[in-house]
Design a protein around this ligand. Structure first.
Ligand code: HOZ
Length: 427
């Protein structure tokens, strides 16, 4: 449908495996060919064929200010004048780290890395070292990046492509990852009664954003907090998506909880590659060079990512920002809800602030087992209808939509109208 994108995709496949550098981008779950993007501004992305789309992927979450925000562009220009990386400490790292520590009270010390995967992988190693235990608990359908221990019943692209347990992960390692249904505290309790003493940590997305968007049921996260404390285990919140997204202090601020370790990424890099993990001083001090747990990185604390992250957090710290995001989310989802009723569609909608998801299955949905039953064929058709109308959604049912501060009233109205037409056609 878009000639240049199609040609580029064919060309890309000659050199890049599958033509993409991250699997979901290949559009396998929704059909057609991926769009090749030429540029972006505010809420819009532009493809190589001159088409324009309202973007709800927002680079999978980091672009909460929208694309090419003038302050970010300016900060990057000023920083790059002085070099791109030194492999030595900079003042910018202190600035970003101190902003994180001030924003998230459970983080007393932080380590900056290059991606969410790296943050989670390192946090798991740290939790194992701290407790002297090997097993970990994760929840089905949660996705914590692609480190071996976490590619077990994983959401996101792993589920999209039907490979939640990736080949290549040694069985002996995978069996140390115990999986339980999301939102089921009783199951956690039962497992801990049996083998709580051998488990290093529980890792959870406090708002699941990689099996579509599934909010935690009341008491689930608080229950995890008290159970992990009871069994002297480390509680890790993976806030790579939710950090600085659902509130300045992340989901832990929203729900009033204090995990032992937190993983961050996406927004704190303002659209550049970044990750971070942090938490209790007593645990974090085990990391080298203070302690013996090794973790390092050539480009960690990279000045460009720091500059973009600092500028993003400065803007997010301004008064009224999260209220504005909430209003945009409310408006969008109220419009879609109305369309659902008027068209008699069986769509189920979830939303928390500026994160939202449309499931092709009647709700309510609480866990991966249920989400897996979604009509992904219908989602694919819906995706294509929306794309044709200039709305760019995640090319998978098992991802979350993101609004940014740049999405205007007009963008939202256009999306609601397109959604109505798509639902009407799908009926
Ligand atoms: N796994 C990412 C979304 N949850 C997708 C990353 C990408 O394709 O850029």
């Amino acid at each position: 449908m878009t000639d240049r994108s199609q040609a580029l995709f064919a060309e890309a496949q000659k050199y890049i495996v599958g033509g993409v550098n991250s699997p979901v981008r290949a559009f396998k779950a929704v059909g057609g060919r991926p769009l090749f993007i030429k540029g972006a501004e505010g809420s819009r992305i532009f493809d190589v064929d001159g088409r324009e789309y309202v973007d709800y992927v927002c680079s999978w979450g980091p672009l909460i200010l929208g694309h090419s925000h003038p302050s970010i562009v300016q900060a990057l220009k000023e920083t790059i004048e002085h070099g791109t990386s030194y492999g030595a400490p900079t003042e910018l790292e202190i600035d970003l780290a101190s902003m994180i520590v001030r924003a998230v009270p459970s983080i007393e010390l932080v380590r900056l890395v290059n991606s969410g995967t790296e943050a989670v992988m390192s946090a798991i190693r740290l939790a194992r070292a701290y407790t002297g235990r090997s097993k970990i608990i994760k929840f089905e359908g949660c996705y914590h990046g692609h480190a071996d221990s976490l590619l077990v019943k994983a959401g996101s692209g792993a589920t999209t492509l039907g490979i939640p347990d990736s080949p290549g992960v040694p069985h002996d390692l995978a069996k140390l990852t115990l999986t339980l249904p999301y939102n089921d505290l009783e199951e956690v309790e039962r497992l801990l009664e049996r083998e709580g003493e051998g488990i290093a940590c529980v890792i959870v997305e406090p708002i699941a954003g990689n099996m579509g968007l599934i909010p935690p049921v009341e008491g689930f996260l608080a229950g995890l907090r008290s159970l992990t404390a009871k069994y002297s285990m480390v509680l890790i919140f993976d806030e790579v998506i939710t950090g600085f997204r659902v509130a300045y202090g992340g989901a832990q601020q929203l729900y009033g909880l204090s995990p032992d370790l937190t993983c961050l990424g996406k927004i704190i890099g303002g659209g550049l590659p970044v990750g971070a993990y942090g938490g209790k001083k007593e645990i974090m001090e085990l990391i080298a060079p203070t302690g013996p747990v090794y973790q390092a990185g050539t480009l960690s604390g990279n000045p460009l990512a720091m500059a973009a992250g600092i500028q993003t957090l400065k803007i997010l710290a301004q008064k009224g920002i999260y209220e504005e995001l909430e209003k945009k989310g409310q408006r969008l989802c109220a419009g879609i809800e109305k369309n659902i009723q008027e068209t008699g569609s069986s769509l189920y909608l979830t939303r928390i602030g500026s994160m939202f998801c449309t499931f092709f299955q009647p709700g309510p949905l609480f866990n991966y087992q249920q989400v897996k039953g979604c009509d992904t064929g219908q989602y694919a058709q819906y995706f294509q209808h929306m794309l044709t109308q200039g709305i760019y959604l995640a090319p998978s049912q098992f991802e979350t939509g993101f609004l940014s501060l740049a999405h205007s009233e007009g963008d939202i109205e256009k999306t609601i109208t397109s959604n109505y037409k798509a639902l009407k056609t799908l009926k």
